[in-house]
Design a protein around this ligand. Structure first.
Ligand SMILES: C[S@@+](CC[C@H](N)C(=O)[O-])C[C@H]1O[C@@H](n2cnc3c(N)ncnc32)[C@H](O)[C@@H]1O
Length: 291
């Protein structure tokens, strides 16, 4: 049975300030994880909530956490599929939150294969039932396809070289092996592990993270009730760019604009939060409101 784990929610005060939940409002959490944000929002709204996560362990923790709360409905699906189904059923929500990416339990459990620092299997799947894993990408993609994804999703300057090193070293079985192969492209000391960009790129590819986000954004607008608020927390510039452009395009003075910006600029963590939660370092929150 999956263990119940802790995850410190990022930008919690800011989420509550800018999404400004009120008693009686409905809530859709698209990346409910370990329920950190959801617990706090629900304490205020005390109303119906739909919590989505595609990860089995997260789903298990959520069902324990909200076992006695009749207002909570859990959905174990990716957020694109869940949003399609919710939109088809004509539901709308007053508050929607997407806190993207992986959670600290993903990184901390070396068996999940997300960690550069701990050796584990090449997995990186958020949805453990999915077929494609990091093993598939690392051992079966062509050198050219690897180089392209390292550039596109990792913004890796040495993408060509790393793709060649990976193909030459096949078969690769563990995250430790992959990290040391990539490190050969970047000799010398660096504070950030030289495989960080490669791991990010492979993770985005395995979980179709940008595709899920791009296809879901229009659905999320249609899931907002009048004056409903949508908040998105991103953890890297690729995601933030997608959100920023989408929000900009659908707000402003356009005659058909459905949204207005609640946050003119991305909100980042204050120094106090960074002391307690280093994961918040790269977090950015953007919020819009449905007109
Ligand atoms: C940063 S964590 C969220 C933590 C949560 N806000 C909390 O306070 O506990 C992101 C979660 O989103 C889930 N996730 C990421 N992308 C997803 C997607 N496309 N569909 C469904 N769940 C997703 C991950 O499995 C992970 O549990």
């Amino acid at each position: 049975m999956p263990e119940i784990v802790q995850h410190i929610p990022v930008l919690l005060d800011e989420v509550l300030e800018y999404l400004s939940p009120e008693e009686g409002e409905s809530y859709l959490d698209l990346t409910a994880g370990y329920g950190g944000h959801a617990t706090q929002v629900l304490a205020i709204t005390q109303a119906e909530a739909t919590l989505v996560d595609r990860d089995e362990n997260a789903h298990h923790s959520l069902s324990e956490l909200f076992r006695d709360n009749k207002n909570v409905r859990l959905i174990q699906k990716d957020f694109e599929q869940a949003s399609i189904e919710l939109a088809d059923s004509g539901q709308t929500f007053d508050i929607i939150l997407a806190d993207l990416g992986i959670s600290s339990p993903h990184i901390d459990n070396k068996q999940r294969g997300f960690s550069i620092k701990q050796d584990g299997p090449l997995d990186m799947r958020m949805d453990q039932a999915q077929e494609k894993s990091a093993e598939t990408v690392v051992n079966t993609y062509s050198q050219e396809a690897l180089a392209t994804l390292l550039k596109k999703y990792g913004e890796e300057p040495k993408a060509e070289k790393i793709a060649r090193l990976i193909v030459e070293a096949r078969p690769i079985a563990t995250t430790g092996q992959l990290a040391s192969i990539v490190a050969k492209a970047w000799p010398g000391y660096s504070k950030v592990h030289p495989a960080t960009r490669t791991f990010q790129a492979i993770r985005i590819e395995v979980n179709d993270e940008l595709g899920q986000l791009e296809r879901s954004l229009p659905l999320w607008v249609s899931l907002l009730s009048k004056h409903g608020r949508l908040g998105i927390i991103t953890f890297h510039s690729l995601e933030d760019r997608v959100v920023k452009h989408f929000f900009k395009e659908h707000s402003g003075d356009r005659y058909d604009a459905k949204l207005e910006l609640v946050t003119a600029k991305a909100i980042v963590a204050g120094s106090e939060e960074l002391v307690h939660n280093p994961r918040a370092r790269s977090a950015k929150l953007r919020v819009v409101k449905r007109k």
